[in-house]
Write a protein that binds this ligand. Sequence first.
Ligand code: FMN
Length: 207
Amino acid sequence: MPDHSSRSLQTLTVATTGASGSLFLKQFLLAVEREPRIGAVNFVASDSALRVMAEELGLKGRAHLATQLLAPEIKKPSRKIQLQANADIGANIASGSYPVDAMVVIPCSVGTLARIAHGDASHLIERAADVCLKEQRRLVLCVRETPLNKIHIRNMYRAADAGATIFPLIPAFYYRPASLEQMAQEFASRVLAHIGLPQSHAYRWKG
Ligand SMILES: Cc1cc2nc3c(=O)[nH]c(=O)nc-3n(C[C@H](O)[C@H](O)[C@H](O)COP(=O)(O)O)c2cc1C
């Protein structure tokens, strides 16, 4: 069961992969950057994520990736978000000895889901996720694909069975979002609440 009590996170890992939904990553990173209860963020992007972000957000390559994603809302380079190379399996988050409070993969492709579900830890994203599972730390997979085949569904089951939260990239509609940005912001708030950081400005159903 998720712990909804408010607390601080020393370190958060944010990974992004080649599934559609770069806008959700952007709004999540903005929320993380602005969240004073989060200390440091290790950020990893797969090569396919860069391809999709170029398509969906017009981003230009890996250089200053976090700064590109935070612009134009935040103009200065982030001091909190550190980009890690997906090929660097010697990065801090590749080891269980490095303290990580939670990891969020947003969006999570079914390819990355499959590798995590099968313990294929050949890149940093999958290795960091594997470490979270073995250390019983929170791992949130914002899986995005439609329709889903039985392989995807089995892999979601396998990952959930190993301790991950499957948090599909499916927004809510009952608060009548006025824009795509608002939809992605509310989704980011739900993910943050799930890892113990409820957002005071988030929509709350009153019944
Ligand atoms: C524009 C675009 C959109 C894509 N959307 C999805 C998607 O929604 N879900 C998915 O699982 N893969 C999607 N893919 C395919 C993945 O990028 C591809 O399977 C890739 O190998 C995943 O690599 P990664 O898991 O290392 O990031 C998309 C690819 C492109 C170019």
